[in-house]
Design a protein. Sequence first.
Length: 290
Amino acid sequence: MSAVSLRKYWFVAGLFLLFTIMPQAGLCDAGSAAIHSIAPGVLQVYERQDTQTVIVAFTDEAFGAVAAAKHAAVATDPLLLRRAVKLETVEHIAPLGPVEIRHQYPQLNMMALTISKEQALALAGLPSVSRIYENRVHRAMLDTSVPFIGANDYHAQGLTGEGTAVAVIDSPVRYWNGYFGDCENPGDPDCSVKVWENFTTNDNRSVANGEGHGSNVAGIVLGVAPDTDILSLNVFHYDSSYGGYVAYVADEIAALDWVIAHKEDYNIVAVNMSLGSERYSPKPCNDSES
C-alpha cells in the first residue's frame, strides 16, 4: 500500500470514529446529567423495588415566559399555569408506564409522583426539572422541642394568640377529648380546633385514636397561646413495615401547600412540625440533601 493510500485509509477511519463514537459520548453525558439530578436515596430505593413515590422539583423557568406563551389560555393565572405545566410533564413520561399523581402542590413548584426508574430518568433529563428527591419517612418527635420559654410572662402582657392560628402538621388532634373546648365538630364557635384536614389515605379518626402525638403538640401550643386557633393537618398513617404511625415527606409538603393557600383565611402565624428521622446524619437545614 502506497503512502497516499495509507493516508486516505487513516483519514476515512478517523471520520468513521468521529461520527460513531462522538454521538455515543453525548448520550452518555446526557444520561450522566440525568443521574446527577436524582438524589442518591432515590436510586437506592429503585435497587429494591420497581416504583416509588418521589418529589419532583421544577425550575422557576419552567413556569416562565415560554410556558406562558405555550399555555396562553391560563397564562394570567399562576395556579392554572403551574397545573398545566405539571400535567404536561406527566404526559411526557406516561408512554413509559403508569403514573400516579400523589400530590400536585398547587402553590409550589413541585409535585409528588409514583413512577418507575425509567420514568425518573426521563424526568431528570428535562430542563424544567431541577431535582428529584426521595420521599423520606419521618416519625413523631417532641423530646427536645419544648424547652422552658417563659410563656407566663407573655400571658401577663396580654399576648395570648387571640386572632391568630397555628397549623399543627402531625397526627390528627383529638378535638373531642374535652381539652380543646366544646367541640362537637371542628370549627364550632367554642372549639379551639378550627380545621381537621387529612393528607393521607388512612381514616382520620382511626389515626387520631392510634397516635396521640398531634393532640399532645396542640395542647402545648394552647399552653403557650391559649386563645389561638388550632389547624389540625394530619400527615400520619399506619405502616406495618415500620411497626407504627409514620409520615412521608410527600404528604408533609401537601400540608404545607395547604397552609400557603389558606394563610390569609385563618391568619396563620406559625406552623408546628415535631417530626424527624434518626436514619439520616444531621446536616445544616440549607443543605439540599438534608
